[in-house]
Ligand binder design. Structure first.
Ligand SMILES: Cc1cc2nc3c(=O)[nH]c(=O)nc-3n(C[C@H](O)[C@H](O)[C@H](O)COP(=O)(O)O)c2cc1C
Ligand code: SF4
Ligand code: SF4
Length: 416
């Protein structure tokens, strides 16, 4: 069993990369990523745009205590100055080389300054970077001509990627964040056209900081922050799959990855490698080893020999809306009347007592149909309205639903 993945001739010992951001801001922090076992580390972005240099005053904040389990964090304003970045890369190079970790330099310039992109990329290559990542995902509008604002013009993506490719001999990744499907359809091919060796994408992350209702003010005066987990995990998974289908080059995917399961999901959804930022910031570097170990155990348990064996394998099961409507017809109860919804008497919901661990999650049935008998859940089919709450929440998949007439149902965590 082998966790290694290859992107344009560069081998990552595992597909877990520390994404560019606060946890990779300084060699002292990047070393912790290396010690935690990552396959790659992407330094905090360095920029030639002076206005975008570090403006940090207070430490960035988490808003969980007001906003629920969202992993919402404030912006850590500003990027590293180029000379400092070269110094950091030089310091890191012997360490990443010794530990077999890929050192990635994340760079930024104004979209109109193609020379600036090329020169900064070359500076980072000379300082020891194994790969360059063009940062075109930052949602903060420091400059109209940088970050996600610049990425809105496909021409910028092609031209920047091409300029950087021409300036260096190491592989080049272009990184985007996105908000809509049409954005992917325009941007991914434009990046490929520029000659990129890979695309790094994350889903929707731009958000407004949480309002402290006691003071009626946002927690931080700026309204921008970044979200992870929850919706970002879903939108980033969607981006990975959509890009995988559109282009031939590998996809690196960040956005809401906290656990080994999230990493496996992203690989099965089309990502050759996964990148993690907020989970490290939120939980500390100790979050990394369980992701790598969990990935390994999962592959052993399921007999996947390589990451490639899992790459994109969930995508054939993901339908577009037209296909989904066709699929729903499988559940038609009365095709002559186009009737989808089975009368409740025709839907059987039952608990497999052997699998039930007595957790009582299903007992909060809105219709009061579930009770516990001798530590096992029992469903009263008279009261049950077949809403699906219990079977979708049951952690052991002990609840099975079936429409005997059509064979359709819900078993072992999936619709059949
Ligand atoms: C506070 C903060 C700072 C970030 N800084 C950078 C950066 O300098 N360069 C970059 O390419 N991405 C940056 N990102 C984006 C992350 O690398 C990552 O792609 C994104 O947050 C999604 O992954 P996550 O959900 O694991 O955080 C930053 C994100 C946050 C929240
Ligand atoms: S949720 Fe599942 S495991 Fe928990 S009590 Fe109900 S049937 Fe049993
Ligand atoms: S399917 Fe819905 S109504 Fe029926 S027992 Fe489960 S939660 Fe209650």
């Amino acid at each position: 069993m082998d966790l290694a993945v290859e992107i344009s001739g560069v081998t990552f010992k595992n597909p877990v990369i520390a994404a560019s951001g606060y946890p990779t801001y300084h060699p002292k922090l990047m070393k912790k990523c290396v010690e935690a076992g990552v396959g790659g580390v992407t330094m905090k972005t360095t920029s030639v745009v002076e206005q975008n240099w570090n403006k940090q005053t207070l430490a960035p904040l988490f808003y969980d205590k007001w906003g629920g389990e969202t992993g919402t964090i404030s912006c850590q304003y500003g990027f590293i100055q180029p000379d400092k970045a070269a110094e950091y890369l030089k310091e890191m190079k012997p360490i990443t080389k010794k530990e077999d970790v890929v050192l990635i330099a994340s760079i930024e310039a104004a979209a109109s300054d193609l020379k600036g992109w090329g020169n900064l990329a070359k500076k980072c290559e000379d300082a020891g970077a194994d790969m360059i990542e063009n940062m075109l995902c930052c949602p903060i509008g420091f400059e109209e001509d940088t970050g996600v604002a610049a990425a809105r013009l496909e021409g910028n993506l092609t031209n920047i990627t091409r300029a950087v490719k021409e300036a260096v001999s190491i592989p080049v990744i272009t990184k985007i964040g996105f908000e809509h499907d049409h954005f992917i359809r325009q941007t991914a091919p434009a990046i490929e056209k520029g000659g990129a060796d890979a695309i790094h994408a994350h889903g929707f992350t731009t958000a407004t900081t949480v309002i402290n209702v006691e003071t009626a003010e946002p927690v931080e005066s700026g309204t921008y922050c970044s979200w992870s987990r929850g919706m970002t995990r879903g939108s980033s998974l969607h981006a990975a799959g959509a890009i995988y289908k559109l282009v031939q080059i590998p996809v690196i995917s960040s956005g809401g990855i906290y656990t080994w399961r999230d990493a496996v999901e992203r690989i099965m959804g089309g990502a050759t490698a996964t990148a993690i930022h907020t989970a490290i910031f939120h939980k500390g570097y100790k979050v990394i080893p369980p992701i790598i170990d969990g990935l390994k155990s999962f592959m052993e348990r399921k007999s996947y020999d390589t990451i490639d064996d899992m790459l994109g394998i969930a995508l054939p099961h993901m339908m577009n809306f037209g296909e989904f409507m066709g699929y729903l017809t499988r559940r038609l109860v009365d095709p002559s009347k186009g009737q989808y919804v089975a009368p409740k008497k025709d839907v059987v919901v039952r608990v497999n007592a052997e699998k039930c661990n007595g957790c009582e999650i299903c007992v909060d049935c809105l219709w009061g149909a579930v009770s516990m008998v001798d530590g096992k859940a029992v469903i009263n089919l008279e009261d049950c309205e077949r809403c699906g709450r219990c079977w979708s929440l049951c952690p052991t998949d002990a609840i099975v639903a079936k429409i005997p007439k059509t064979g359709a149902g819900f078993e072992n965590g999936v619709f059949t």
